[in-house]
Ligand binder design. Structure first.
Ligand SMILES: Nc1ncnc2c1ncn2[C@@H]1O[C@H](COP(=O)(O)OP(=O)(O)OP(=O)(O)O)[C@@H](O)[C@H]1O
Length: 274
C-alpha cells in the first residue's frame, strides 16, 4: 500500500506539488493524468523514492520511501522512465539481464538460474529475435520495449511508468498496456502510470488521479473522470464523451474549435483556383 501524506515539492520557491494526500492499494493499476507541467513526473519520482519532497511523506508498505536504501528499494520498485533507456553499447539481452542487478551478490550471481525469467521477458516484448542486437542499433520503439523487458526481469511489486507509450506505434501501445495489465493481475503487482492518452488510461486503469496546478483535481474511477466539464476545466479542451461500442468504457472525442470555418476556407481556396 502507498500512503502519501501532505506531500509538498517547492522548486525555486514555487510550489510544484502542493499538499498532496492520497492512498493507493496494492495490486491495482492507477493512472496519473493532467496537463503539461502539472507535476506528474515530479510526483512519480517522489513515489519511486529517488527524489525527496520538500515536506510530507511517501510511505511504501508503511515505511518512509526516503529511508530505503537504493538496492533495497530496487528489489520491489521498478521505474520505466520517459523515453526508455539511452542507447548504449550493450546488447538487448545484456540490458534485460541488468534488471536482476538488485538481487545479485557482489560477484554478480544469484541463487537461482534466471535464464527462463530473462527469456520470458524478451519473448513477451517480441525481442527474442533482437536479443543479440546492440541497443544503439534499435529503433525508439524497440528500445522502449527493451526497457520494459528489463523491468519485467526485475519482477517488481510496484511498477512506475512515465509516459510508457510515447515512442510506440498504436499496435505496440495497446500491446504494452495489455502486457502490463495481465502482468499486474497475475502477479498482483501495483502499477502507477503517467499517461497522456486519456482513452487508453480509461481502459486500463482502475482509478485516475488528475493533477492540475500541483493539486489533486480528482482521484476517481475513469467513469467519473471522463466527463466533459472536468476535461475542459483541467485541459482547456472541449470534448464529447461516448461509451466504447465494445467495452462500454467512456472515450473522448476532441472537438476542434472552429471546424466549419476551416472547411469553408478550403472550399473558397478550391473555388478560387478553379
Ligand atoms: N529542476 C527543475 N527546475 C525548475 N523547474 C522544474 C524542475 N523540474 C520540474 N520543474 C517544473 O515543475 C513543473 C512540473 O514538472 P513535471 O515534469 O513534473 O510536469 P509533468 O506534469 O510531468 O509535465 P509533462 O506532461 O509536460 O511531462 C513544470 O512547470 C516544470 O517546469
Amino acid at each position: 500500500m502507498i500512503d502519501v501524506q501532505k506531500l509538498v515539492t517547492m522548486i525555486h520557491g514555487k510550489p510544484i506539488l502542493n499538499e498532496l494526500s492520497f492512498t493507493m492499494d496494492a495490486g491495482s493499476m492507477y493512472g496519473i493524468i493532467g496537463p503539461n507541467g502539472a507535476g506528474k513526473s515530479t510526483l512519480l519520482h517522489l513515489l519511486s523514492g529517488v527524489d525527496k519532497p520538500t515536506s510530507g511523506k511517501v510511505l511504501l508498505e508503511g515505511r518512509d520511501a526516503a529511508h530505503y536504501g537504493r538496492k533495497e528499494l530496487a528489489k520491489w520498485v521498478a521505474v520505466l522512465q520517459q523515453g526508455g533507456l539511452a542507447p548504449a553499447g550493450f546488447t538487448v539481452r545484456e540490458v534485460v539481464a541488468m534488471g536482476r542487478y538488485p538481487f545479485q551478490n557482489w560477484m554478480g550471481e544469484e541463487k537461482e538460474d534466471v535464464t527462463p525469467l530473462i527469456d520470458e521477458a524478451l519473448e513477451a516484448m517480441g525481442l527474442t529475435g533482437l536479443q543479440e542486437r546492440r541497443m544503439d542499433q534499435l529503433s525508439g520503439g524497440e528500445r522502449q520495449r527493451a526497457a520494459l523487458a528489463k523491468v519485467m526481469a526485475q519482477d517488481p511489486s510496484l511498477l512506475l511508468l512515465d509516459e510508457p507509450t510515447t515512442f510506440l506505434d498504436i499496435g505496440y501501445q495497446v500491446q504494452l498496456l495489455d502486457i502490463v495489465k495481465s502482468w499486474q493481475r497475475n502477479r498482483r503487482m501495483t502499477v502507477i502510470a503517467v499517461l497522456h492518452d486519456l482513452n487508453l488510461a480509461a481502459h486500463y486503469c482502475d482509478k485516475l488521479l488528475v493533477l492540475h496546478n500541483g493539486k489533486i483535481e480528482a482521484f476517481e474511477a475513469p467513469a467519473v473522470i471522463m466527463e466533459p466539464d472536468l476535461i475542459e476545466r483541467v485541459f482547456g479542451a472541449k470534448a464529447i464523451v461516448l461509451p466504447h461500442p465494445q467495452t462500454g468504457v467512456p472515450q473522448l472525442l476532441l472537438q476542434p474549435s472552429q471546424p466549419s470555418s476551416q472547411w469553408e476556407h478550403l472550399r473558397i481556396e478550391r473555388k478560387r483556383k478553379g
